[in-house]
Design a protein around this ligand. Sequence first.
Ligand code: NDP
Length: 303
Amino acid sequence: MSSYNDQSAVTDSATDSVTVLGLGPMGRALAGAFLAAGVRTTVWNRTAGRDGELVAQGAISAATAEEAVAASPLTVVCVVNYDASDAVLHRPEVTRALKGRTVVNLSADTPDRARAAGSWAAEHGIRYLDGAIMTPTPTIGTPQGVFIHSGDASLYEEHRAVLEALGGTHTHLGEEIGRAAAYDVALLDIFWTAMTGYLHAMALAKAEGITARELAPFATGIGAILPELFEEFAGDVDDGTYSGEINPITSAASTMTHVIHASEFHGIDASVMRAAEGLARRVIDEGHGADGSTRMTELLSRR
Ligand code: NDP
């Protein structure tokens, strides 16, 4: 076992090394990418036996989390959420071993949990960066991977080269520690509401005798019109214009109602679309029916 005396700042040595805590599908992908890039990689997972393939590729298997974090100046954590990362990092022997070292927490959770983790790390002399991964496991180690980071800029610079061994694009979003998680939850909001729409649409199509495969090329067409709308709507929201010239919210609400009626005709739960239509109706009831659907963002932003 490596020794891990308290250190004021443990920096990357000439031969970069990293520890990965958490060997679910994403943790294994991260560790595999580090190894492929020639980074000395120590791994640990709560449940033993998940590191076989990584060890075959050259990873060092640590018996305990404290042994794992003591092996490298930089520990990348990738577990299900911050309850899980706290369960590992807050164990006194692990916290002690981390003193003076850097943690990059790439587990997904909320901005307030990221801020709490940053405060905890500062209290314990642990150098801390937060981050999130915006693309699935097959993209890790390829140019398609997307990583976002937040926290102290000089600390990020110090570890940037090792993090970039994961491939893809890495963006430091600012020093405010919760910023990466804030982007993450906003982007997950898009992903899961969009995917729930698609999952629902396949059920509705099936009820009408259309297979999911028959629908798919047309669904892809709907997906293809979204990027331009994202840019256009962003300008509308930031400028407060809420233009309804091309598609007023009265028209949008009408088409949402068709989806609700067609679904409920087949006994299919339409609660997701009912929620969306409810927001559109509130905008119309307030007298903004001629505006675009971006008015919904303004409505939701009122607290
Ligand atoms: P999971 O989200 O299922 O996380 C599994 C990992 O969490 C395992 O290592 C598991 O350990 C660990 N874990 C769960 N509870 C605890 C606990 N109480 N204490 C210690 N460890 C615990 O799988 P992924 O690897 O896919 O995801 C990891 C993170 O990456 C998540 O935050 C996810 O949102 C994010 N992510 C994943 C993507 C993907 O494509 N998979 C894409 C983008 C982000 P054990 O084996 O012992 O159960």
